[in-house]
Design a protein around this ligand. Structure first.
Ligand SMILES: Nc1ncnc2c1ncn2[C@@H]1O[C@H](COP(=O)(O)OP(=O)(O)OP(=O)(O)O)[C@@H](O)[C@H]1O
Ligand SMILES: [Mg+2]
Length: 274
């Protein structure tokens, strides 16, 4: 497939003109914690004084509505200059839209690429995002046509790559990273988040057990010449909080929140360097 970067004249135009930075959260493999990172990063950016939206572009596993506790709700609509616009839902200080609002989970497999693109474009262009400092996109895993189309249709400021420490996960994220670095499509890779990095038992808060190994993420970061933005420990509270609609960053007694705040800060630092 031919790769076309967004035309210079189209940058910053259109309905998304109020959105300063589109950040795509990507991964090579499914289930590595992309949605968890996207949700916590979005809230972290909001907590540090930014106007933030999150868009769930993962039709196979739209988990953002669950993580934001808005599952089952539908976005509103308004008329603006003869055009019907979707109004994002809002929770935890973040505006939310999801491909999951369009499709029943058991129908997702029947959606063709062109339908997904159309629905995605609607979420991007025909929605009342308003002025945002950051629009975080939870991208579907992998490097298929959909990912490529999305990447070349929008002015993405940068990507955040999510991986787990296993070699098999870093190999997949390497492929995803290369897709965003193809010849003409040079979307900056802002850095890597290593999820499920280590385990710290509650009774031994100073210990770190590297259950999934150590070193593969560092190797990849070196190879791609990008920073590691942060390492997230394994924890059942991360699962419970995500499933319960209040991502871990909202739990002030848990140390993981501070890690996400630091990741949000580093994302902004990396953008400022571009
Ligand atoms: N650091 C962590 N510790 C423990 N569990 C985690 C951690 N990060 C994510 N999980 C859990 O792993 C599962 C997968 O996470 P998540 O949905 O964020 O991954 P994903 O990459 O978006 O997956 P998919 O490819 O299905 O969209 C979820 O149940 C989540 O709660
Ligand atoms: Mg997901």
């Amino acid at each position: 497939m031919e790769v076309k970067p967004i035309a210079e004249k189209d940058k910053g135009m259109g309905p998304l003109s109020g959105v300063k930075n589109i950040i795509a959260v990507i991964a090579g493999k499914g289930g590595v914690g992309k949605s968890t990172v996207a949700a916590n990063l979005a809230i972290a950016l909001s907590k540090t004084g930014n106007k933030v939206g999150i868009l769930d572009a993962d039709i196979m596993g739209p988990s953002v509505p669950i993580m934001f506790g808005v599952e089952g709700q539908q976005p509103g609509v308004i008329d603006r200059e003869g055009k019907t616009l979707m109004v994002p839902l809002e929770n935890h200080g973040v505006k939310i839209l999801s491909l999951g609002f369009f499709v029943q989970p058991n129908q997702a497999l029947m959606w063709r690429g062109s339908m997904i693109n159309k629905a995605f474009n609607q979420l991007m262009n025909d929605s009342e995002w308003g002025n945002l400092d950051f629009l975080v996109i939870d991208m579907p895993p992998g490097t298929g046509d959909i990912q490529l189309t999305l990447a070349q249709s929008y002015n993405i400021r940068g990507t955040v790559l999510v991986t787990t420490p296993q070699k098999i996960a870093t190999a997949d994220v390497r492929r995803a990273a290369m897709m965003y670095r193809q010849d003409k499509l040079t979307i900056p890779l802002l850095g890597l988040v290593e999820n499920m990095s280590y385990f710290t038992p509650e009774e031994y808060p100073d210990k770190k057990y590297y259950i999934f190994g150590k070193g593969a993420t560092d190797e990849l970061a070196k190879e791609l010449n990008i920073p590691i933005l942060g390492r997230i420990p394994i924890g059942e509270k991360i699962v419970e909080s995500g499933d319960g609609g209040t991502p871990i960053i909202l739990n002030e007694n848990d140390k993981t929140g501070a890690i996400f705040i630091e990741i949000a800060q580093k994302v902004q630092d990396e953008i400022n360097k571009l």
